[in-house]
Write a protein that binds this ligand. Structure first.
Ligand code: NAD
Ligand code: MG
Length: 296
């Protein structure tokens, strides 16, 4: 089966209950059960991004891995960023893309470091020979039930990963991007329906949408577009590192389709917004949330 075959969205991918599971740190795709589908086999490319040169953050796992694989299958060469401790996941992505005959350059590092963000863009441009799309998927979330117990360090990390890195990477990339290139950012349905226990995360996701919309207006005169993908619940390591194992066992159960998305179901949204087909789409959001999103 590929993503191009017509299927029933309720039963197309695994449904809960899943095995109980938790992970620490930023988590690994390889530790998830069932294994997430990032499109390694199921995504079928049709030449939608020929010769594109793309930098993807959060490219080791989850949505970022699916976006990177989809874009490579559409003909793009990709530079891939993730945290250094996720090197194993990153190497799996490199091998999948290398087997397609496309280039995958690994550029691990921490996006909370301003100097690293500038180096990342510079290195991506020099190794790929240019930059046609900046695809920002990396994100950080952490549960805090009680605002009186959250530290400044924790709040700061959420803001640095989700918001500051957006500013630092865009600032470094824009001077190197030609007319016709695109920026894609990643928000969340939480931006409009914040969970009571993750309010700093929700605030950054709302800010990402607003920032990207404003950026689209600012960059129009340069011929650069900017858009945001708004995912609903997706089966990625972000969740078992955030929530208790018994909640993960029922992850996505209460949604209209009765299951979470698999990362591959987000891939073509990034392809559309990063590639040439969306030539008149800028300042928009594309919600992929199984009927859980808020219509804007
Ligand atoms: P994921 O854990 O697979 O991906 C997040 C990635 O962010 C990590 O793999 C890591 O490489 C990267 N990252 C985190 N901190 C970093 C740092 N300091 N420096 C560099 N990289 C860092 O999870 P995912 O669900 O695929 O998340 C991708 C994006 O999708 C995030 O922005 C997340 O907020 C968003 N999102 C996810 C869901 C969901 O249900 N999974 C829903 C809505 C939005
Ligand atoms: Mg990861």
């Amino acid at each position: 089966m590929s993503q191009l075959d017509k299927q029933d969205p309720r039963t197309q991918h695994p449904r809960p209950p899943f095995p109980e599971q938790t992970q620490t740190g930023s988590g690994l795709a390889s530790a998830m059960d069932p294994a997430p589908d990032h499109g390694e086999r199921s995504y079928r490319g049709t030449g939608r991004m020929p010769g594109y040169r793309v930098l993807v953050t959060g490219a080791d796992s989850g949505i970022g891995r699916a976006a990177a694989i989809a874009m490579a299958k559409e003909g793009a060469d990709v530079a891939l960023n993730a945290l250094p401790e996720e090197q194993d996941d990153l190497e799996e992505v490199r091998d999948v893309i290398g087997a397609l005959g496309r280039r995958a350059v690994l550029l691990p590092g921490d996006l909370t470091d301003e100097a690293f963000c500038a180096d990342l863009v510079r290195d991506a441009v020099s190794t790929l020979g240019g930059l046609d799309a900046l695809v920002l998927v990396a994100g950080h979330q952490q549960v805090h039930e009680d605002v009186t117990e959250q530290t400044t360090e924790s709040f700061d990390r959420t803001l640095k990963v989700n918001l500051y890195s957006l500013f630092w990477l865009v600032r470094a990339a824009v001077p190197r991007m030609a007319p016709g290139s695109a920026i894609v950012t990643t928000s969340s349905v939480s931006a409009h329906e914040p969970q009571a226990r993750m309010i700093d995360y929700a605030a950054t996701k709302s800010a990402i949408t607003t920032y990207t919309n404003g950026l689209a207006r600012q960059l129009a005169s340069r011929g650069i577009r900017a858009n945001t993908v708004v995912p609903g619940p997706v089966w990625t390591p972000l969740q078992p590192t955030s929530y208790p194992g018994d909640e993960i066992a029922h992850y996505g159960e209460g949604t209209p389709f009765g299951r979470p998305a698999q990362p591959v179901e987000l891939g073509s949204a990034y392809v559309y917004l990063a590639g040439p087909e969306s030539s008149y789409t800028s300042g928009s959001t594309l919600t992929v949330a199984g009927a859980t999103g808020v219509a804007l």
